[in-house]
Design a protein around this ligand. Structure first.
Ligand SMILES: [Cu+2]
Length: 252
C-alpha cells in the first residue's frame, strides 16, 4: 500500500513538474550485474523518405537534408532506436553527458538518450542562428537561442522529467531531433548496425521498452515537418546474475 502511494506521489510530482521519480533512483554497487544485448531490425518494405527541403540559410545549410527518420545499417539494423529498462530503483551510476550539436544545420546526434538530471548541453557549430526548442508531451521544456557559432546552452535542469523530448529548430523547418530521458541509467541508443548493449544491471526480471521515432506518415506539423507514428514495443526479460540476456526487436 505504501509502495503504491509512493509510486502515485512520484507520478503526480512528475505531472506537476516537481522533482520526479528520477531523483528517487539510488546509486549502489552492482557486483553481480548482468547485461542485456540485442538488436533492432527493420522487417518491412522500405518506405520512401524524401529529402527535407531547406527554406532558410541555404548558403550554409544547402538545398535539402536527408530524412533521418529511418536509417538502416548492415542487415537492416535500425540506427537510433532507443532501448530502456523499466523500473530499476537502484544500481549503477549514470555515465556520460549529452552534447547536442547544431552542426551543418542538423541536430547531431539525431537521437540521443540520457538519464534525467545528467549533464546536457546544446551547442551551435554553425555560423547561423539556430533556436533549439524541446517539447515533451506537447509542452515546451526549453527554448534556447544559439545566436552565434560556439554558443553553448546548458539544459540539464530542463531534462528532469522522463519521456521522449522532440527537439525542433524554430529557425529551420528542416531540423528535428530527439532526446529520450529515462529515470535510470539503464538505456542504450542502437548503433549504426542496430545493435545495443546495456551492462551492470542488477539481476532480476524487467520490462524492456524499445522506442523508435517511426516512419509511417501521420501528417505534418505547423511548419510542414513530416510527423510519423512512433514505435513502442515492450518485452519482459530476465537478467541473470553475472550473465547476459538477449532480446531482439523488429519494426516494419
Ligand atoms: Cu536551425
Amino acid at each position: 500500500m505504501l509502495k503504491t502511494w509512493l509510486a502515485l506521489s512520484a507520478f503526480l510530482a512528475a505531472g506537476w513538474g516537481m522533482p520526479t521519480a528520477a531523483l528517487a533512483y539510488e546509486v549502489v554497487p552492482v557486483p553481480d550485474g548482468g547485461s542485456l544485448t540485442g538488436s533492432v531490425k527493420f522487417g518491412g518494405t522500405l518506405p520512401k523518405l524524401d529529402p527535407i527541403p531547406v527554406r532558410k540559410n541555404q548558403d550554409v545549410c544547402g538545398q535539402s537534408v536527408s530524412n533521418e527518420a529511418l536509417v538502416l545499417g548492415l542487415e537492416r539494423g535500425v540506427r537510433g532506436s532507443v532501448v530502456l529498462i523499466e523500473g530499476v530503483p537502484r544500481g549503477k551510476k549514470a555515465e556520460g553527458e549529452l552534447i547536442l550539436d547544431n552542426a551543418r544545420c542538423v541536430f547531431a546526434p539525431h537521437v540521443s538518450a540520457l538519464m534525467a538530471g545528467a549533464p546536457a548541453r546544446i551547442r551551435n557549430s554553425d555560423p547561423v542562428l539556430h533556436n533549439a526548442h524541446g517539447i515533451l508531451g506537447g509542452k515546451t521544456i526549453f527554448n534556447s537561442a544559439l545566436s552565434v557559432k560556439g554558443r553553448v546552452v546548458d539544459v540539464t535542469s530542463k531534462l528532469r522529467q522522463p519521456g521522449v523530448v522532440k527537439v525542433l529548430c524554430d529557425a529551420h523547418t528542416h531540423m528535428s531531433g530527439w532526446i529520450v530521458v529515462h529515470d535510470n541509467p539503464y538505456f542504450a541508443v542502437a548503433d549504426e548496425k542496430g545493435n545495443f548493449k546495456i551492462d551492470g544491471i542488477p539481476p532480476g526480471e524487467y520490462r524492456v521498452t524499445m522506442w523508435h521515432e517511426g516512419f509511417t506518415p501521420k501528417g505534418v506539423d505547423k511548419d510542414g515537418r513530416p510527423v510519423y507514428e512512433e514505435w513502442r514495443l515492450q518485452r519482459e526479460v530476465t537478467i541473470p546474475r553475472g550473465g547476459s540476456a538477449a532480446v531482439d526487436f523488429e519494426i516494419k
